[in-house]
Design a protein around this ligand. Structure first.
Ligand code: SF4
Length: 587
């Protein structure tokens, strides 16, 4: 079979054993790789009701059929597990250079089960894996851990490419429920707490290395396709915009649209937006485009601060979502300080979206006399202290490390807290972009912008942002196409270039499978049903697809709102289009 290795590695950390098994071609043909394979394995191997931080919860790494080959935007890996933040399905993706090392190890997926009784690191290669003592890595921040694991656990074998490491930081070790898995220092599988699952297994690092390459159905055709694709792509307006400013360009766009969540979801814009905009950031600091492998878009920003108290600080970032979380929700007006907070979260291994949301909730708790921290909007020092407390589980950080639901309950602020299924939304207010309300509600991992990126058609005017009619239909089309992206695994920012027609060509050339749009949509629907099946099995009900009441009760200052009745219509349309019952269960 082309485009796949046809094998998986299962690692049992409890007994320090591993096995290599062949994958049934029918399975790959049915759901492809990446998310399709990862979800199918999670559903079949995790026992129902498994404790997300217990040994039964599988942690699955997968690459897709485009990884390691000439197709642009395919240098990515995905992580699939049960989320310790939501108790439901978790998927999280990352790019960089490490995905190609993961791919060269020659497995479509690596399933990690059990738990070690002491810190451990794995070195995975085409023949299996080695178990290494990781006590010297335990306690290290992510940058140091990645460097040390990569430099000490790789092997010098003829034909093997450079090793690549994925690691957790102190937050993952301490089971903070929104800890991330990091690679390439600043890239990460950031959401839904996949790093805490790794920490629960006492797995500090996984180093991948090898000499394998996926077979292609039409190698010459794939190369010619990729070359034409790059020629067209480099002239694309969107590509030029991403290359110029990366995702930081979204600050101005979202603020102008009045959909930039600020002051803990009480505003859709903020007065200080220009101070934290991409344009100002690029003017005031040393910022250059930085790309994952096989990418001509280079949305990453390699930044070095040229002035202020953090002068010299260097990192890849910050992304729009980090700017929104600290600059918008926490109202921090200094870009240098947002960069510093970004660096802090990266080092400690924390998701910046969830961390920023929780810090803003803590500010509200202080303002309402529920918390005695003296924290207020704009207090970057206080936010920085809180982040360190969360990662260390000290003081109020111990509670906040458990996630937004228990934290808001303990502070008596459940009515104020903004989340879906226990995960906080990124920076797109659904009262201004109503389709994002449906996207947040139906995403299997909680409030997530990436499964449909539906802010794009709403901001671009492909459909009016305040429309309800026809929205679920357009959203399911986006969701189907981007679900195929996740099975391949393709970078989201190529979404305007890999139209259905382009996907048909690329999937056909790489895999040789029937890649008609109809067949790809059937595959997408199958994968989405698998994720739904997982969540229903873990106790999800239609109630969990609803937005927090506050987003319906409170309009934005400019009067825009998303009513509960509108949300019901959106959900009813969505369930019908997915072929699900009116209560969100499946036939
Ligand atoms: S657009 Fe950005 S995230 Fe996507 S592959 Fe390129 S550099 Fe990586």
């Amino acid at each position: 079979m082309f485009g796949f290795y046809g094998r998986i590695l299962t690692v049992d950390l409890t007994n320090r054993k591993y096995s290599i098994d062949a994958l049934a071609p029918e399975l790959l043909e049915s759901v492809l790789g990446g998310k399709g394979l990862g979800t199918s394995l999670l559903l079949s191997r995790n026992p129902a009701g498994a404790d997300p931080l217990g040994p039964d919860n599988r942690l699955i790494f997968a690459t897709g059929p485009f990884c390691g080959g000439p197709v642009w935007g395919g240098s990515r890996y995905g992580v699939f597990t049960k989320s310790p933040l939501t108790g439901f399905y978790a998927e999280s993706y990352s790019g960089g250079k490490v995905p190609e090392a993961i791919d060269r190890a020659g497995f479509d997926a690596v399933v990690i089960e059990g738990a070690s009784d002491r810190p451990v690191a794995l070195a995975i290669h085409p023949e299996g894996c080695a178990f290494h003592d990781a006590s010297s890595l335990w306690g290290m921040e992510t940058y140091d851990a990645e460097r040390a694991a990569r430099d000490s656990l790789g092997v010098d074998k003829p034909g093997f490419g450079a090793p690549g490491a994925v690691v957790i930081g102190p937050a993952g070790e301490r089971l903070v429920r929104y800890a991330l898995i990091a690679n390439d220092f600043w890239r990460c599988a950031g959401r839904a707490g996949v790093g805490a699952v790794m920490g629960s297994k006492r797995l500090k690092a996984v180093v991948f290395q090898g000499d394998r390459k996926r077979g292609l159905a039409d190698p010459r055709g794939v190369r010619a396709y990729a070359s034409e694709f790059a020629k067209a792509g480099k002239e694309n307006k969107g590509v030029k915009a991403y290359k110029a400013y990366g995702t930081t360009m979204m600050v101005a766009l979202m603020n102008t649209a009045g959909a930039f969540p600020a002051k803990y979801w009480s505003q859709g814009s903020c007065d200080h937006w220009q101070k934290i905009s991409g344009e100002t950031f690029h003017k005031e600091h040393d910022v250059t485009p930085h790309a994952c492998l096989k990418c001509f878009m280079a949305c990453g920003r390699m930044a070095r601060l040229t002035k202020g108290r953090h002068q010299g600080l260097q990192l890849e970032g910050p992304e729009y979502e980090t700017i929104y979380a600290f600059g918008g929700l926490c109202m921090i007006e200094e870009m240098d300080e947002i960069v510093w907070l970004n660096d802090l979260c990266d080092r400690l291994g924390l998701d910046t979206i969830t961390a920023g949301n929780l810090c803003a909730l803590a500010i509200e708790a202080c303002r309402r006399g529920k918390l005695d921290l003296g924290l207020d909007y704009g207090d970057f020092e206080g936010v920085g202290r809180l982040i360190q407390d969360i990662a260390a589980r000290s003081g109020h950080g111990a509670l906040m490390a458990e996630g937004i639901i228990p934290t808001a309950e303990a502070w008596g602020l459940s009515d104020l807290a903004i989340h879906v299924k226990g995960m906080e939304p990124p920076g797109y207010d659904p009262r201004a972009l109503k389709g994002m309300g449906l996207a947040y509600g139906t995403s299997p991992r909680g409030a997530c912008h990436l499964r449909t990126t539906f802010y794009k058609p709403e901001l671009a005017g492909f459909i009016p942002a305040d429309a309800i009619e026809g929205k679920a239909e357009m959203l399911t089309d986006y969701e189907d196409r981007l679900t195929i992206f996740d099975t391949l695994i393709l970078c989201r920012f190529y979404r305007d270039m890999y139209t259905w027609e382009e996907l048909e060509k690329a999937v056909g050339l790489v895999t040789g499978l029937d890649a008609s749009r109809e067949e790809l949509r059937r595959k997408a629907a199958r994968v989405l049903n698998l994720t739904r099946e997982f969540n229903l099995r873990e106790g999800l009900t239609a109630k969990d697809d609803r937005l927090p009441g506050r987003l319906h009760r409170e309009a934005l200052p400019d009067g825009r709102s998303l009513t509960a009745a509108e949300m019901e219509t959106l959900l009813a349309d969505y369930y019908r289009l997915r072929g699900w019952k009116a209560d969100g269960t499946m036939a």
